[in-house]
Design a protein around this ligand. Sequence first.
Ligand code: ADP
Ligand code: ZN
Ligand code: MG
Length: 482
Amino acid sequence: MRMEYEVVIGLEVHAQLATVSKIFCGCSTEFGGEANSQICPICLGLPGTLPVLNKKVVDYALMAGLALNCELSRHSKFDRKNYFYPDLPKAYQISQFDRPICQNGYIEIETAAGRKRIGITRIHMEEDAGKLNHEGSIDCSTGSLVDYNRTGVPLIEIVSEPDLRSPAETREYLNQLKQILQYLGVSDCNMEEGSLRCDANVSLRPLGQKEFGTKTELKNMNSFKAVEKALHYEITRQRSLLEQGKKVVQETRTWDDNLAQTISMREKEEAHDYRYFPEPDLLPLEVDHSWIEQIRSNLPELPREKKERFIDQYGLPEYDAGVLTASRALADFFEEGVRAYHEPKAISNWMMGEFLRLLKEAGITVEQAKITGQLLAELLQLIDEGTISSKLAKTVFAESFKTGKDPAAIVEEKGLKQISDQGQLDQLVSRVIAAHPAVVADIRNGKDQAIGFLVGQIMKETRGKANPGLVNKLIREKIETG
Ligand code: ADP
Ligand code: ZN
Ligand code: MG
């Protein structure tokens, strides 16, 4: 009989904090600057310099801890993690070892079997390393370049318990985590720019066995999709080993997106001995009650609370509420719209349809869009007043999306005003009826849907501006009386 295995996954996620300056010096954290233009003796670790902790980093770590249901440490400290690599000029990284700032939290994810808690072991603060540029070759003769702009940029590392049971659950956990960090504004979580990095630990165990199996650690996935793919690959690889009676070797493996496989990087025996010791240049970190309370009272509404409120307060379907609370900016857009136009479902429909479609097409974020919730509300009012047809409203929306102009001005400028003038439409209707005697005969013989053809003709002639309801009524009247 074929053995059934259970998948066990735990994640280590690094999030770059959205502070303006680095963790221990005043250098800028801005992404994309010229190489080595944002460095100083402190982040280069030159002799005689001393680090000074950026308070904002602690604020952000505490915010993340509260939002992820952690216990916050009143007494915490920094430690040196020693390793030698050219991206780390000091030859040690300042991190937190045995007293992280936050512990014992959780994230709730939605699974097919309902809501599930994924434990968060710890969150600690640390400084980022620089970036090596191998210029297409790691051959020593061609050499490597290093950019220290990223050195000393603040990170939090969020370590999960091995509570995840599938790549899909892992994806869901990452989505939730990213959403929460973005809501808090503590990280932009931009994976392409490396603001969010995820190492995935995975093992298999025979179903029902209590002890965990031997894990491997997967690195270098640069999207959530890649994390999922790497996990699938690794699960298949480990299962095949176990089925052949072989052992999984504890090791670190790197994901190669082009080959779509994981490749061994280093085995456990080669693992670093980091020789952690307390950072002598920094005082232990004391976080008092009032600091924590001040952070707590300033926490924004979090994604799940917002989603539930959208369902309760606006009567939205759960699906809509989920889409609209995907980001704070989208949710704010919605609420701005609803304040000016009191039909939440109509605002939601336009956002989930036209707005998201145009954002995707333009490849921009909600923040970058020129249209606002207020402008969408004004557009819906124009439809209600009969100033424009709902069909042309899409054209107006697209224009407002592009330019940020208000819908009334666009309607005026482009001459899109709906024709509701009965005299003007009467003439058109008479002409179309006269031109299509066969269709009229069909309608008289009870083929009611044929009327759509005549309405279509008039819409075509007026380039969509005729009031379709009125046209429909006029055609019926004419055919009945004529
Ligand atoms: P290490 O000592 O190798 O650093 P840790 O116990 O510190 O391992 O855990 C690192 C990460 O690996 C955590 O996210 C944890 O949940 C996960 N993890 C630990 N053991 C396993 C396992 N057997 N299978 C899958 N993930 C695991
Ligand atoms: Zn610096
Ligand atoms: Mg560990």
